[in-house]
Design a protein around this ligand. Structure first.
Ligand SMILES: NC(=O)c1ccc[n+]([C@@H]2O[C@H](COP(=O)([O-])OP(=O)(O)OC[C@H]3O[C@@H](n4cnc5c(N)ncnc54)[C@H](OP(=O)(O)O)[C@@H]3O)[C@@H](O)[C@H]2O)c1
Length: 309
């Protein structure tokens, strides 16, 4: 297949590109950097230097690639998100999800390419405690003001992709090489400095996905399951009170402290406290069924020990 990969140098893009090339696809890979373009060429891709928000440049690049599939792995987040400054930290990311997605979808439409885009499996409207969300559950209905633009951008991305007949992959929290949850990632650094405690009773539930499993699901989506939304998560949604101490152990950090929720709100803001206490997990049943995909790392319990990178 001729594939246009936006975000080829990112956390997922860099795991995905070698797989696509190994499978014999012709890949045109986009970056903003001439130096990274050289590395993409050396890896075997056709590299294009363009900004994802430059509509004409993206259109021309997708047309020149005569793409049969366009894969959207564009994100722009700092290596460490400051939960008290999410409006600042998510600003460019939100633009990429909103405008960037519209630009890519139009370019894909112009050449009749299949569209696959990255979304998140951790923006569901909270249900009763213990809810594990499937894809039909609503996304956040009334996000707090500081998160409203970000929630709107995720919804906009998904709407745009589905309107184009494309596939939305709602990835869980990444772990593994290049991500924040890696041996050299920001979570490990914060745990080592005892700056990441279990908040409240650690009752927030996270669904993780290893970066290679996210890449594998994306490969599956090239030939299966168009026009739908899929949670791409492992089989083992888990409470913060379980996975955070396990992550600390895996990276050789001291056991995390516990702090009351009101203290976390003061230190990490409403968003920071909510991710630790109110998150809920997601189910991968539909992706397993319709994409013919299954995570190689079925649980973070094994993945944290063997594949953090
Ligand atoms: N589900 C999750 O848990 C999740 C999802 C996303 C990110 N994260 C985390 O966030 C942290 C930072 O990741 P990141 O957001 O920097 O993503 P990244 O995955 O490291 O890279 C972003 C990709 O988007 C491209 N890009 C960004 N803005 C662009 C633009 N204007 N035009 C063209 N290409 C553009 C970058 O290309 P160039 O820079 O080469 O131009 C790069 O390929 C990581 O720790 C990651 O784990 C987590």
């Amino acid at each position: 297949m001729r594939i246009f990969l936006a975000g080829a140098t990112g956390v997922i893009g860099s795991r995905l590109l070698p797989r696509l090339l190994e499978d014999g696809h012709d890949v045109t890979a986009m970056t903003r950097s001439g130096e990274r373009a050289e590395r993409l060429r050396a890896a075997g891709a056709v590299a294009v230097v363009a900004d994802a928000l430059d509509e004409q440049a993206v259109r021309a690049a997708v047309e020149a690639a005569a793409a049969e599939a366009v894969i959207h792995q564009l994100t722009a987040l700092p290596k460490r998100i400051d939960p008290r400054r999410i409006e600042r930290d998510f600003a460019l990311n939100d633009r990429l999800r909103d405008e960037g997605t519209r630009i890519l979808a139009a370019a894909a439409g112009a050449v009749g390419a299949r569209l696959i885009a990255q979304s998140v499996a951790f923006m569901y409207e909270p249900g009763p405690p213990g809810t594990i969300h499937d894809e039909d559950d609503p996304l956040l209905l009334e996000p707090p003001p500081s998160f409203a633009r970000t929630a709107a951008a995720v919804k906009s991305l998904e709407r745009t992709v589905l309107a184009a007949g494309g596939t939305v992959l709602r990835y869980g929290y990444f772990y593994g090489p290049g991500s924040g949850v890696a041996a050299d990632g920001s979570f490990a650094a914060d745990l080592r400095r005892r700056r990441m405690p279990v908040v409240g009773r650690g009752q927030g539930v996270w669904s993780f996905i290893h970066v290679d499993d996210a890449a594998a699901a994306t490969v599956s989506a090239l030939t299966a399951g168009s026009g739908a939304v899929y949670n791409v998560v492992d089989d083992d949604p888990a409470r913060v009170s379980e996975w955070l101490p396990a992550l600390a152990e895996a990276v050789g950090a001291p056991r995390p402290m516990r702090v009351p929720t009101f203290v976390a709100r003061l230190a990490a803001g409403e968003y920071g406290a909510a991710t630790m206490t109110m998150s809920q997990g997601a189910s991968n049943a539909r992706a397993r069924r319709e994409l013919g995909w299954a995570p190689a790392h079925r649980s973070w319990r094994e993945g944290f020990r063997t594949a953090l990178g």
